[in-house]
Design a protein around this ligand. Sequence first.
Ligand code: GLV
Ligand code: MG
Length: 324
Amino acid sequence: MTESTFSRDLRPRRSNLAVPGSNPKMLEKAKGLPADQVFLDLEDSVAPIAKADARANIVAALNEGGYDGKVRTIRVNDLTTEWTYRDVVTVVEGAGPNLDCIMLPKVQTAEQIHWLDTTLTQIEKVMGFEVGRIGIEAQIENALGLVNVDAIAAASQRVETIIFGPADFMASINMKSLVVGEQPPGYTEGDAYHYILMRILMAARAFDKQAIDGPYLQIRDVEGYTKVAERSAALGFDGKWVLHPGQVDAANEVYSPKQDDYDHAELILDAYSYYTSAEGGARGAVMLGDEMIDEASAKMALVIAGKGRAAGMARTKAFTPPEA
Ligand code: GLV
Ligand code: MG
């Protein structure tokens, strides 16, 4: 189990760029793209016979550096395969100080997170790395993972994100569609993914994790990507996978607040802090223009303002207290 109280990495992860570990050129190219996070993959984008070389490529790319400012994550193979332990040992022993998180795909139970937590702790101790610094990202990709998602989110302090894996999930529940992220034919009312997204979001919010939407496979259709991203962003998701450089800007935009909303949120926070102070009359519910604001409005504003600040947005409006 984790023995440190290392405070978890809450840097923005609006765009999560997938990079196959078997492709050194793409590992290099990813360094120059404006993605918040890169995840260097050892799982489904790497053929079984290429896994060993991919581990070596990833260790070399991480130690060479250049992913500055990005969250550096490695996706290992899931625990039903024979590759997981060697993925974790090789990349963490080889490049531990230069990586931030291990992503575990197809997580089904809290025990699988315990296994990864304990393994990381052992490697950190043997190698003299800070115990507990490396985080865990848990991908939910099947029905069992979803019904256990609360326990998975709560399984370790290392868990930083809960990720929806739509492609494997659609296969796991026998959904009648091959187009990842789009509504299955015949489902004409509502959103077939709503329950899954909300279930993941509730677990993430209950345990202070980031909620991340998965890939959109029609990589040239940026409009389609944006539409699907807007659905999860509207619910409260923090980011989405990006499979192609062309999707990065769309993700960064969709998961950041709009400028007007960001300005509005900062104004609410300033006004609320002024009016609840002795100088402002120590009031709990007040008017900001035509809008009544109170403690709950300030909480909602803090979410938007927090996302805007994390994304480096600048205010274009200032709050002026009324003349006394
Ligand atoms: C991602 O891993 C997915 O299965 O969608
Ligand atoms: Mg998957």
